[in-house]
Design a protein around this ligand. Structure first.
Ligand SMILES: [Zn+2]
Ligand SMILES: [Zn+2]
Length: 338
């Protein structure tokens, strides 16, 4: 099979590797849509990589034993290789599993774990089925595009009564806007790249503010009758935006973080949490039991096509990474067979 690789600084290409084989309850998925995520960072920095991608939708093409999926079924590929047996996996919070498989030790090969490839291996229990009428390109949005914010909004209970601040409108932030609008919440977005600001306005954000504006906290207060936002979600993974979420949230408001960065945000326990009464959470992904809910967003949101800016053949991987690193994009989806 073919897969995408990063060969060096701003150099990407395709490699030919052996097809993966099914084993026990691990099945082979033929990948029809592989959403791109943060892989462009390695492309820009020159971090060589042979295994790219962790998001996909495709078709089951080979199984080793009868199990949860059959050949020919269309599925979304959930991330990672969780054990399937611990209390977190059983509860649907598999993303936090502490007993994940050692892929190479279990399969005896290194191939089959990247999604920017033609085939992939996955335990059948984390391959939820795609409802009829939903395309592979749309179904793949149930990974990082819509997943982190969906999980955060479930925990926060975001509703049509709320104003939500969303900082950092990249692919995850665009997904957050789709989820927030689906729930009827009013959105204040924070983004500096003009292409992304324009797109988020098209998606119905009530206001788009520039993160470098020194008056930004006051502006958010002015937009919320002087009290601050009910909920705030950072998708940028920058300390400045993480701090803004706390400062812009109202008393007894809720703050969630889904963007990651290497730096630590100083949270002040007394003024930020105790006196202000904030609920501050981190969220990685969504509970597997929420899959039907996220599919409903995909099926019914009028904004779903704006969430996808490019669908590109994997044979044009170099061009795909150039666009992905330009920030002139929302979610990009690779087609591994084109
Ligand atoms: Zn587990
Ligand atoms: Zn991702």
């Amino acid at each position: 099979m073919k897969k995408a690789v990063i060969l060096g600084e701003r150099q990407a290409g395709l490699a030919e590797v052996p097809d993966p084989q099914p084993k026990e309850d691990w099945v082979v998925v033929k990948i029809h849509a592989a959403p791109m995520c943060t892989e462009y960072k390695g492309y820009v920095s020159g971090g060589k990589s042979e295994f790219l991608g962790h998001e996909a939708a495709g078709e089951v093409v080979a199984v080793a034993q009868p199990g949860k999926v059959k050949e020919g079924e269309r599925v979304v590929v959930m991330p990672q290789y969780p054990c399937g047996e611990c209390h977190l996996c059983v509860a649907g919070d598999y993303i936090h599993c502490e007993h994940a498989y050692d892929f190479a030790a279990f399969t005896g090969t290194r191939e089959g774990r990247a999604t920017m490839a033609q085939y992939l291996l996955k335990p059948s229990w984390i391959l939820p089925k795609i409802p009829e009428g939903v395309s592979y390109e749309h179904a793949g949005l149930a990974c990082c595009a819509l997943g982190p914010s969906f999980g955060a909004f479930q925990t926060m209970g975001l509703s049509a009564y709320d104003t939500v601040l969303i900082t950092g409108i990249g692919p995850v932030g665009f997904g957050a806007v789709v989820n927030a609008r689906f729930r009827g919440a009013r959105v204040i977005a924070v983004e500096s790249v003009p292409w992304r600001s324009d797109r988020v306005k098209q998606m119905g954000a009530a206001e788009v503010l520039d993160p470098s504006d020194p008056e930004i906290v006051q502006k958010i207060k002015d937009l919320t009758d002087g009290i601050g936002v009910d909920c705030a979600l950072d998708c940028s993974g920058t300390v400045q935006a993480e701090r803004l979420c706390i400062d812009a949230a109202r008393r007894k408001g809720k703050v969630a973080y889904v963007g990651e960065c290497g730096q630590d945000l100083p949270i002040r326990v007394s003024p930020d949490m105790i006196r202000k009464g904030l609920t501050i959470i981190g969220n990685w992904h969504y509970n597997l039991n929420d899959f039907p809910g996220i599919m409903k967003v995909i099926q019914e949101s009028p904004l779903i096509d704006l969430l996808v800016s490019h669908i590109i053949p994997m044979s044009e991987i170099q061009r795909a990474f150039e666009i992905s690193s330009s920030h002139q994009n929302s979610k990009m989806i690779l087609k591994p067979w084109e």
